[in-house]
Design a binder for this molecule. Structure first.
Ligand code: GDP
Ligand code: MG
Length: 474
């Protein structure tokens, strides 16, 4: 999502960052381009108008800080307004209720409700240690109940069975009673959707809502439907007191219009993003990070969080200590890093989140992923332990041997050694920061200078700093 918008915005802002002075003219031109970029991303017109007028007002009354030039300050305004548009901070689920806390899903058919019930159940179980019970009030399609049952079984969530001849209100009430008996903390009620909004569906969901009075009423909506998503959200929001929105299929080629419109139009926060069909493809939504991502600064904070979850902490700490002590970053460490990256979902998912790398991930495609890691690992494995620790001793004839041993070419060996050098340099530079920050820096460095596939631009991470502050200089 957001690739095009991101490109367009960075392009249009490129011209203004270097400006020492903001004039009526350069503001006007840039604003026009920003406006077009947003419209092309399928952001609702009303939202675009409001956004542009806010940015304009602020740019005109600009109070330039010591650190930024007016052009940079302008970009900062755009970033902050993007963030505000999507809703200032991540809004958690409110589960402060006499247990069980009831969560109700609402949305059109095919939006991803049932899938999201599973994802959210897993999320609450694993990250918040909640005992979760799920039930389906979708009585129109027998397969829908079965679908949830299968999910619940796979994810080891409590499941309250239902049948097509029951009333949705009874199903939900029975499930809540069942949850109380089983001392579950949370009940998630899946509901039926229609292809379009119709009165019957709205009537039923209103009745269900009134009967079970959920603490969270989450509207699930397909991000690929663009600004239409925002309009559907509005219709649901008018009928029901929604507490939040979950945008699904953000992994597809959604243009971003939904994410940028839905908050403004409904006044309700986006709480989660669905980023894939798998049950762990659910991410808490962070407007600030998304704004950075849109402006090509990469979702570095999400990446760090993910790293903290998936990376072997002990190894990472040992590694950080070593670097801090000023010891070199050798090829064995490099191989460890490759392992960690593989654990984190491979190159495509990493590239997506690294600043300015959004587009490259598409180019890189899946084939780059595993194969590239495997190849790099094979190269390092073909070296002697001494060579891994002191790569400088590797001469040309050894390189040829290593290439033969690993089924690669001399070029591959040279590239790997170059990447390693680059990363080593990065490590040194940032050795005073925290452990994980270090790792991430290193990874950024790895993609710099001739990176994988040879076609990546130099630079890696933004010079502006880790996940905050200003966008990279354009
Ligand atoms: P429901 O009718 O609202 O219950 O929708 P389902 O949960 O049955 O999902 C409809 C389809 O969308 C299924 O094929 C899901 O696998 C798919 N889906 C749901 N969420 C996502 C997502 O975040 N990303 C992708 N790529 N597919 C999703
Ligand atoms: Mg369903």
């Amino acid at each position: 999502m957001f690739e095009n918008l991101s490109d367009r915005l960075t392009d249009s802002l490129k011209h203004i960052t270097g400006q020492a002075k903001l004039t009526e003219d350069n503001i006007k031109g840039t604003l026009r381009e920003v406006r077009l970029a947003l419209l092309e991303a399928d952001v609702a017109l009303l939202v675009v108008k409001d956004f542009i007028s806010k940015v304009k007002d602020r740019a005109i009354g600009l109070d330039v800080s010591q650190h930024l030039n007016p052009g940079q300050e302008f970009v900062k305004i755009v970033r902050e307004e993007l963030e505000a548009l999507m809703g200032e901070a991540n809004e958690d689920l409110n589960l402060n209720a006499q247990p069980p806390a009831v969560i109700m899903m609402a949305g059109l058919q095919g939006a991803g409700k049932t899938t999201t019930v599973g994802k959210l159940g897993k999320f609450l179980k694993e990250r918040h240690k909640k005992k979760v019970l799920v039930t389906s009030a979708d009585i129109y399609r027998p397969a829908a109940i079965k679908q949830l049952e299968t999910l619940a079984t796979d994810l080891e969530l409590e499941f309250h069975p239902s049948t097509g001849d029951q009333d949705p209100v009874d199903i939900a009430n029975n499930a809540i009673a069942d949850a109380r008996r089983k001392q579950a903390d949370v009940v998630i009620v899946d509901t039926a959707g229609r292809l379009h909004i119709d009165e019957e569906m709205m009537g039923e969901i209103k009745r269900l809502h009134a009967a079970i009075n959920p603490v969270e009423t989450l509207f699930v909506v397909d991000a690929m439907t663009g600004q239409d998503a925002a309009n559907t959200a509005k219709a649901f929001n008018d009928a029901l007191p929604l507490s939040g929105v979950i945008l699904t299929k953000v992994d597809g080629d959604a243009r971003g219009g939904a994410a940028l419109s839905v908050r403004h139009i409904t006044g309700k926060p986006i709480k989660f993003l669905g980023v894939g069909e798998k049950t762990d493809a659910l991410e808490p939504f962070h407007p600030d990070r998304m704004a950075s991502r849109i402006l090509g600064m990469g979702d570095v904070l999400s990446l760090i969080e993910e790293a903290e979850r998936k990376i072997d902490k002990q190894k990472a700490e040992k590694f950080a200590k070593k670097i801090k002590k000023g010891k070199g970053f050798n090829l064995e460490d490099f191989r460890d890093q490759l392992h960690q990256m593989k654990n984190m979902g491979g190159m495509t998912s990493l590239l997506d989140k690294l600043p300015g790398m959004g587009n490259l991930s598409q180019l890189a495609g899946d084939h780059l992923n595993e194969k590239m890691f495997d190849q790099m690992e094979a190269i390092i494995n073909s070296m002697t332990p001494h060579e891994r620790r002191f790569p400088d001793v590797i001469n040309n004839s050894r390189k040829k041997r290593i290439a033969t041993g690993s089924g690669t070419t001399l070029q591959d060996i040279n590239r790997l050694l170059k990447q390693h050098k680059q990363m080593q340099k990065m490590m040194k530079k940032f050795s005073k920061k925290g452990a994980v920050a270090n790792l991430m820096r290193g990874m950024g460095g790895m993609f710099g200078g001739g990176g994988p596939g040879g076609g990546m631009p130099p630079g890696g991470m933004p010079p502006g700093g880790m996940g905050g502050g200003m966008p990279p200089k354009f």
